[in-house]
Design a protein around this ligand. Structure first.
Ligand code: PEP
Ligand code: CO
Length: 407
């Protein structure tokens, strides 16, 4: 739509739109002081690296690369350590090697790391033992402990998140250099005052970059028409992801694409389907058809995590491996049936040996969940489960590359 282009964008133009999922900051003055200070801080990623990712994603759109995106649901201050960064990086690298060998394609590695701190919530309050407190929204906002002081949103937490992200990135850069393959970072662009404070204008090109991750995505709860988050993402030069959940209809998706990518720029948009194993067969094909009909260039990626969360009898939020694998299988069958390419995977996982998702070869049961349940938000695959998923993906990629060679 030409009108979308004509509308003026600035890093703060989102403020005139419908802003959801923001914490109830107790003091606007403290928030403003924190964002003013942040606005002077150095960028964490460079325009050149961000552009590099966009070129790589354009390759994936053209069928010449595959995307592997994964990491924590929510990074936490407590789990920050060299060992954890190394373990997650190692796991992504090992999975990428398996996928590359099977597909014969380069695998683009993006971590949900170095900035994935803020969480959208379905309810603003959490109730426990007859008491209601503000929901936990990630360590960048408040503390996970169920007490009043911890749950009070505190803008000062942003500074700790910034330094943790900077240190994580520096270490990831070293690890990537020793492997000889680039590693990119990503997070959900959720806390708009902070995201705005980290926008940097690239003087040579005059373009604006979200400067604390290469790839930013708009979550399923904030991708509605008229959303401030969509308005914010619209003017950035970064590659942008859109989470596509069961409530997204084809018409709304097409309008979002017009808004976020009026120029049909290669590598710009990744659509991350997260329908759930039950809904995907009904929900995804209409979206694939609509996007295909319009000829809008996108990369289709599968998030088999967020539509498959269940509550165990023991009270823990979990995700059964069988459902995760079922959604991945369906995704890889449904895309080609509609003439689209299954081009990537988006998962919540950790290199640590946690017990958060049930099933898999180790046959974790609901009774095992309490052993090592460490996530600050959603349940993650552990390293063994993630490698199992990689093996399943490898089998499917091997079959589809044979299919392509035969065609
Ligand atoms: C997430 O990726 O952690 C998330 C909240 O996803 P969604 O927006 O798809 O629910
Ligand atoms: Co999550």
């Amino acid at each position: 739509m030409a009108t979308a282009m004509a509308e003026h964008w600035t890093p703060s133009s989102w403020q005139g739109h419908d802003v959801r999922q923001q914490p109830p900051w107790p003091d606007a003055g403290v928030l403003a002081a924190a964002t003013r200070e942040l606005a002077a801080y150095p960028p964490l990623v460079s325009p050149a690296d961000t552009d590099g990712l966009r070129v790589a994603l354009a390759e994936a759109q053209a069928g010449r690369a595959f995307l592997l995106q994964g990491g924590d649901c929510a990074e936490s201050f407590a789990e920050f350590s060299t060992e954890n960064i190394r373990a997650s990086h190692r796991l992504i690298a090992d999975m990428a090697d398996i996928l590359a060998a099977a597909s014969g394609l380069p695998v683009i590695r993006i971590g949900r790391m170095a900035g994935q701190f803020a969480k959208p919530r379905s309810t603003g309050e959490e109730e426990k033992d007859g008491r209601a407190l503000p929901a936990y929204r990630g360590d960048i906002v408040n503390g996970i402990a169920f007490d009043e002081a911890a749950r009070l949103p505190d803008p000062e937490r942003m500074f700790r998140a910034y330094s943790q992200a900077a240190a994580t990135l520096a270490h990831l850069k070293d690890l990537a250099a020793s492997e000889g393959s680039p590693f990119y970072t990503s997070h959900e662009a959720l806390l708009l005052p902070f995201e705005q404070a980290l926008v940097r204008r690239d003087e040579p090109s005059g373009r604006y970059y979200g400067a604390w991750a290469h790839f930013l995505w708009v979550g399923d709860r904030t991708r509605f028409p008229g959303s401030a988050h969509v308005e914010f993402a619209r003017g950035l030069a970064n590659p942008i992801g859109i989470k596509c959940g069961p409530s997204l209809d084809p018409e709304t998706l097409l309008r979002l694409l017009d808004r976020l990518d009026p120029d049909h720029a290669p590598g710009r948009i990744t659509l991350i389907s997260r329908m759930g194993h039950e809904g995907i067969a009904d929900r995804l094909p209409p979206l694939l058809r609509a996007v295909g009909r319009e000829g809008h260039p996108v990369l289709w990626s599968c998030d088999p995590m967020h539509g498959n969360t269940v509550k165990a009898a023991t009270g823990y939020k979990t995700r059964p491996m069988a459902r995760i694998l079922a959604e991945v299988r369906d995704f890889f069958a449904l895309c080609p049936a509609e003439g689209a390419r299954a081009g990537g995977i988006h998962i919540e996982m950790t290199g640590q040996n946690v017990t958060e998702c049930t099933g898999g070869a180790a046959m974790l049961t609901e009774q095992d969940l309490s052993d090592r349940y460490h996530t600050h938000c959603d349940p993650r695959l552990n390293a063994t489960q993630a490698m199992e998923l990689a093996q399943l993906l490898a089998d499917m990629l091997r079959r589809s590359s044979r299919g392509a060679a035969a065609a």
